[in-house]
Ligand binder design. Structure first.
Ligand SMILES: Nc1ncnc2c1ncn2[C@@H]1O[C@H](COP(=O)(O)OP(=O)(O)O)[C@@H](O)[C@H]1O
Ligand SMILES: [Mg+2]
Length: 432
């Protein structure tokens, strides 16, 4: 008997050489174990995303509905793929379509400044941070009716750990705690500058009450003070040290924190995201309205253990507050994407990846396939699809179901999501 051959055809893409396989008969339930694309029921609840490339039918997505129906173990989504494949375009149209369905969207750090047009199109708010710009955020702001000391101390410790590039010791945390307590006693709305003052001139009676000579307390706080000084006098001076100029309206359909004017300094970006996330956290956690929190270009912040730790604790709380996190990365396994092998940042980042029960994978470079397959638990056919996915098409992997989906952009969305316009003039448009 002749060995049957077949080609995989997905949209405009046709697979390379013909596969030669011996014939095999089994029930569809059994086959689905070996070839999971066969069995997934259609996904038709939620906002439309595009076309299911295997059935030709529509593909819709709503992480809350799927989570509520027990199909997902959490509403978080990981979106990974090489640059230029349409990850941001997908995230942006999910955001816009979800807003029209009554959800809201927060983008807690947009390093490329590409989300502002989306917020503007949707009647949302854009907070632009950078030197020379008027916006100021006080990360020590606390929402009314909440206990402020704990979140403030965690924020200050994270900022100091980022700038001095190590975790704080017990004595340093003690000095920081005493300094914050004194600053809180002096001002109902303390600032990082106020904490820096009380850190460098500690209160003698408080130190005595803690059984620490005041000279030791000053010494304990010295490195932490150096760390916090970057926010007060360094390149980020003014941005996070003073009363907030912006109030977050919890009813705004979309809020984008545009960090593109901070330049390309990774540390400044991580610090700004840490401070900004503290400011956002207050607003997020007082409501249970369903929202997306979207981390585009998340690889730029995943290398910083202190920041990932904050993200992780936010993610733990987020389910109770109706939040679905969407994290956009380009690669899944290498050092540039998620930190050095064996580092704390890497294991924390892997914890975040594990906490995304929907994984959308766009085209991957061939050297990334094994890493991606291992990190995401992909089957062989799923892995083999990754290097040949065309732009806008991704493998959507959820527990017990897999889809290949071509994201269809509406003409109205095209101008808002287009990041290629700077790469071409109006007469030529080359598909990359
Ligand atoms: N589904 C799609 N259909 C058509 N064009 C798309 C699609 N997705 C993305 N594009 C275009 O591809 C370009 C790159 O997309 P982008 O989302 O910025 O990629 P990434 O975030 O993966 O680097 C954009 O100009 C966008 O308009
Ligand atoms: Mg992008």
């Amino acid at each position: 008997m002749r060995t049957p051959t077949f080609r995989v055809t997905i949209g405009r893409y046709r697979s390379g050489p013909r596969l030669r396989l011996p014939p095999h008969r089994a029930s569809s339930a059994t086959l689905a174990g070996a070839y999971p694309f066969l069995a997934s029921p259609s996904c038709d609840v939620g906002v439309p995303v595009g076309q299911d490339a295997l059935t030709g039918g529509p593909f819709c997505f709503d992480p809350w509905a799927l989570y509520g129906a027990g199909h997902l173990t959490n509403p978080n989504v990981l979106l990974a793929g090489v640059i230029g494949q349409g990850k941001s375009a997908l995230a942006k149209s999910l955001a816009m379509r979800s807003i029209t369905a009554g959800r809201s969207v927060y983008v807690p750090g947009d390093p490329k400044g590409e989300w502002a047009p989306v917020a503007e199109a949707m009647g949302g708010t854009v907070v632009r941070l950078g030197s020379g710009l008027p916006a100021r955020l006080n990360p020590l702001d606390a929402p009314e009716g909440t206990e402020p000391h704990g979140p403030r101390i965690r924020l200050l410790a994270a900022v100091a750990a980022l700038t001095i590039r190590r975790e704080l010791g017990a004595a340093e945390l003690g000095a920081l705690d005493a300094a914050l307590t004194l600053a809180e006693r002096r001002h109902s709305a303390p600032t990082i500058g106020g904490v820096l003052e009380t850190l460098t001139s500690p209160d003698a009676s408080a130190a005595r009450a803690d059984g620490v000579p005041v000279a030791d307390r000053s010494a304990d706080g010295r490195d932490v003070a150096h760390g916090l000084r970057r926010i007060v006098r360094g390149d980020l001076a003014g941005l996070f040290d003073g009363p907030s100029s912006e109030r977050l309206d919890p009813r705004a359909p979309m809020v984008v924190l545009d960090l593109s004017r901070l330049g390309s300094d990774e540390d400044a970006l991580a610090l700004a995201m840490t401070c900004a996330s503290a400011w956002l956290e207050g607003a997020l956690l007082v409501s249970t309205a369903k929202r997306w929190v979207i981390y585009d270009e998340a690889w730029r912040v995943l290398r910083h253990a202190a920041l990932v730790r904050r993200m992780q604790s936010q993610w733990k709380l987020s389910r109770a507050h109706g939040i679905a996190n969407l994290m956009v990365l380009h690669r899944l396994s290498d050092r540039d994407a998620i930190g050095e092998q064996g580092s704390e940042a890497r294991s924390l980042a892997q914890g975040l990846l594990a906490d995304c029960s929907t994984r959308v994978i766009y085209r991957q470079e061939s050297d990334q396939l094994d890493g991606a397959a291992a990190a995401l638990g992909l089957t062989r056919p799923e892995r083999d699809l990754l290097p040949v996915l065309p732009r806008g098409t991704g493998l959507w992997k959820m527990p017990r179901r897999t889809h290949v989906v071509h994201h269809v952009l509406h003409p109205v969305e095209v101008n808002v999501v287009d990041t290629d316009s700077a790469m071409r003039d109006d007469t030529e448009h080359e598909d990359r």
